[in-house]
Design a protein around this ligand. Structure first.
Ligand code: GLC
Length: 754
């Protein structure tokens, strides 16, 4: 196989807002998307269509300078120096510090269709990102493959998994940069795993060397820029943030109802129950089993009456069975993936022999979306997209399979995203002004625009609980904020201790779902004995108490892309301890809650507290940051710390988000030395009216020096569901913090002296 390395430039010219540079081997194109984002594409056969599944922005214009040796593009934030002989791409900060440079020897090169970019590795360089990956937070010394896979029974080293997020952030010399390799072929990332500490590299089996370089000097800003480029999540339905109970499967309408009723009987809050594959007739998508689910509408009406929403699963595989509506329509209109000779591809999944919709086509997405009326008519409100890597038994779909005009190897990594998109767009059309909830297992960069994700089939081990948390935080770096794991572990049976511990962590997981595999022990809160049920219940109540804080956190994700679950690398980028394997599972949940996951077998924990001052939530004990401490971690009390100065809005315990509660918004203030603020956000939690100004947003400021709490005038036309405000103070010297006094929650500015 011939190896070609990008050589000397032969011509340079600018066409519109693209700089085009030719060498003997290939053509490079450069675009500037913003002051901090520059795109480089090096291609042997550039497709003028230039479509991306991920990117939703357009480039702007720019100027360049040319000398004998190089071409330079400067923005107020970033400089790209393009070396002419040979052609190499080197990025610097505005004041000339090296951010990321091509390896001068190899730069970009090809071996057959495989394209690789070798880049210089800096001595102290760390890497975070790539979304759902096993391994450490800091990926230095590791390598990864992106090839969406049904990774059933995966362990803590398995790679690849279900999703592809070819975006990472590099950190060295006190500097930060981001790189998004927008290529859906099977791709590879090596963060200095297999080289002599000289190079890192990334590449793909086909397509272009096509990347976006981010030059902002803050991890949070890079995430903001990345989600500006690839889109941000909408406000999620409020109910999806409540507790979700799932199982493969609740086998009948009666069982679904009895589980839901039991939650109400035990007074354990919950919002969602799921139907996994067995609700269908022989696993045929968009059907109901007539014997076990004879009247879906009646079942859902009963669920609704007690404040439950139903989410049902859909898989892509359409059973081959003449007379089955989706099969007939798909065949008639040629909606399914084919071989090059036009024959339909057959793969086997739950339903047996199946065809697979070509979600890359708009007409297919529309057809798929419209079919959801079979679920939405009786009242289903959430749509769980599974097996969309796509999975087929044997896990080896032939590369000859075609989706539209593309072969499987080129677009496999985007199939799940396009299914989620079809589901999102379709259900949006059929459920009116309501927000659909979509959950997908496979994904590609940009999926946050359509769907939440969960991390697939984990197992009931402590190591999976901890790894799951790292995946949640890592998915947050790549734009996915609404993320969950199967709490309790999908396969195997958790010990009662693990179930309790995992549930405690679930309180602080953006999506809080308990799910388990067929054949495992039942997982509902009452299956673990009275004492454990009491702990589980108290934790779920805490989740509901925190909903105003959590919802405001998702408003940040919606507006800036900042995830709800934040690795310490986001706020404490230069603190090495955050990357230490001893502490790398720790994370901030929203602005000011620090959570330290602990194995179920340990009753004490070593916790690292970053800069600032911290209070243990349960004991209110105060600690100084930048030190590690040993704390008690009984099963009743996961180590959770509140940052000094925190403003945390909470509410009373409700049984589901359908209840309005007592109308009192509790503002919890944890004393600190600096003035702090919190952006409080609320809307109806259900519809798109917030896009028309129907929201309630204000800044809450705490000034410990002036001893005041100020609520700014409300922006937006929505009337808060809380008509009263109660202040709660912690860590104040005197007990003077107007405790328990109620204030009217008017839309005007409010100032309270403490
Ligand atoms: C897959 C999913 C799992 C689901 C099962 C049955 O394994 O990952 O969540 O329960 O299929 O549908």
């Amino acid at each position: 196989m011939q190896t070609e390395i990008l050589g000397d430039i032969e011509s340079v010219n600018k066409q519109g807002n693209i700089l085009i540079i030719k060498t003997k081997e290939a053509t490079a194109r450069i675009w500037v998307y913003s002051d901090s984002i520059i795109r480089v594409n090096v291609s042997k056969a550039f497709n003028d269509d230039d479509k991306s599944f991920a990117v939703i922005q357009k480039p702007g214009d720019f100027k360049f300078e040319e000398s004998a040796d190089e071409i330079v593009i400067k923005t107020p934030v970033l400089q790209l120096h393009i070396n002419k002989s040979p052609l190499r791409f080197n990025f610097y900060t505005a004041n000339g510090k090296a951010l990321s440079e091509d390896d001068p020897r190899f730069g970009i090169n090809w071996q057959g269709d495989r394209v690789i970019n070798y880049r210089k590795l800096y001595k102290d360089e760390k890497f975070i990102g790539l979304g759902e990956k096993t391994g450490n937070l800091n990926k230095r010394g590791s390598s990864f493959v992106n090839w969406n896979t049904d990774a059933a029974m995966h362990d803590t080293k398995t790679d690849p998994l279900y999703k592809t997020f070819p975006f990472f952030i590099g950190l060295h010399s006190g500097l930060t940069y981001g790189l998004f390799f927008d290529n859906t072929h099977k791709s590879y990332f090596d963060f200095g795993a297999t080289t002599d500490d000289q190079m890192s590299w990334f590449g793909a089996d086909g397509g272009d060397m096509n990347y976006y370089f981010f030059g902002a000097q803050s991890v949070a800003q890079i995430i903001e820029d990345y989600t500006w480029l690839t889109g941000r999540m909408e406000m999620p339905p409020l109910w999806s943030l409540g507790y979700q109970q799932c199982r493969w499967s609740y086998m009948s309408a009666d069982e679904v109802l009895s589980i839901a009723e039991r939650f109400r009987k035990e007074k354990i809050p919950a919002d969602v129950i799921y139907c996994d594959i067995d609700y269908m007739d022989e696993f045929k998508i968009f059907t109901w089993n007539k014997e076990t689910f004879p009247d879906p509408k009646a079942m859902i009406d009963k669920l609704k009456a007690i404040g439950f929403r139903l989410i049902t699963i859909v898989d892509p595989g359409i059973k081959i069975e003449p007379g089955y509506k989706e099969y007939d329509e798909g065949v008639e209109n040629n909606y399914f993936a084919t071989y090059p000779n036009g024959e339909k591809y057959v793969g086997e999944v739950w339903a047996g022999r199946c065809h697979f919709p070509d979600f890359f086509r708009e007409d297919v997405r529309e057809w798929w979306g419209a079919a959801f009326t079979a679920l939405t008519d009786p009242g289903v409100e959430g749509f769980w997209n599974d097996m969309n890597e796509p999975a087929a038994w044997g896990q080896n779909i032939p590369s000859l399979v075609k989706f539209g005009d593309k072969y499987m190897p080129e677009v496999r990594n985007a199939y799940g995203m396009e299914m989620a998109r079809a589901t999102y767009e379709g259900t949006r059309r059929v459920i009116g002004n309501k927000r659909p909830f979509v959950l997908t297992r496979a994904a590609y960069a940009g999926t946050q625009r359509y769907s939440a994700v969960w991390t697939g089939d984990n197992s009931a081990y402590d190591s999976h609980m901890l790894m799951g948390q790292r995946m949640v935080s890592s998915l947050g770096i790549t734009g996915m904020s609404l993320v969950g794991v199967d709490n309790g572990g999908f396969s195997e049976n958790p010990t009662p201790e693990l179930m309790v511990r995992w549930n405690s962590l679930g309180v602080y997981t953006p999506m809080f779902r308990n799910h388990a595999m067929q054949g495992t022990v039942m997982r509902e809160p009452w299956q673990w004995g009275k004492k454990n049920m009491a702990i589980i219940k108290k934790d779920i109540e805490q989740r509901y108490r925190l909903l105003p804080y959590i919802y405001s956190g998702f408003y940040q994700s919606h507006k800036t892309g900042l995830p709800l679950s934040r690795t310490l690398a986001i706020n404490y980028t230069n603190d090495e301890n955050g990357y230490d394997v001893k502490y790398h599972n720790q994370f901030l949940f929203g602005d000011s809650i620090l959570v330290a996951p602990v194995e179920s077998t340990k009753l004490t924990a070593e916790v690292y507290l970053p800069a600032g001052e911290w209070y243990r939530l349960s004991t209110r004990e105060k600690f100084t940051g930048e030190q590690s401490i040993i704390v008690d971690a009984p099963l009743t009390d996961l180590p959770v710390f509140i940052k000094a100065g925190a403003i945390i809005p909470m509410q009373n315990v409700i049984q589901s988000t359908n209840e309005t509660g007592n109308g009192v918004l509790e503002i919890n203030i944890w004393h600190g030395n600096e003035p702090t603020s919190f952006v409080y956000y609320e809307d109806d939690g259900l519809s798109y009216d917030y896009e028309q100004g129907e929201y309630f947003k204000r800044e809450i400021t705490f000034d410990p020096n002036k001893r005041t709490i100020e609520f700014s005038k409300v922006e937006g036309a929505f009337v808060s569901r809380f008509n009263k405000i109660k202040l709660m103070g912690y860590g104040f010297e005197e007990a003077s913090v107007s405790k328990h006094k109620l204030y009217n929650n008017s839309n005007d500015a409010i100032k309270i002296d403490l």
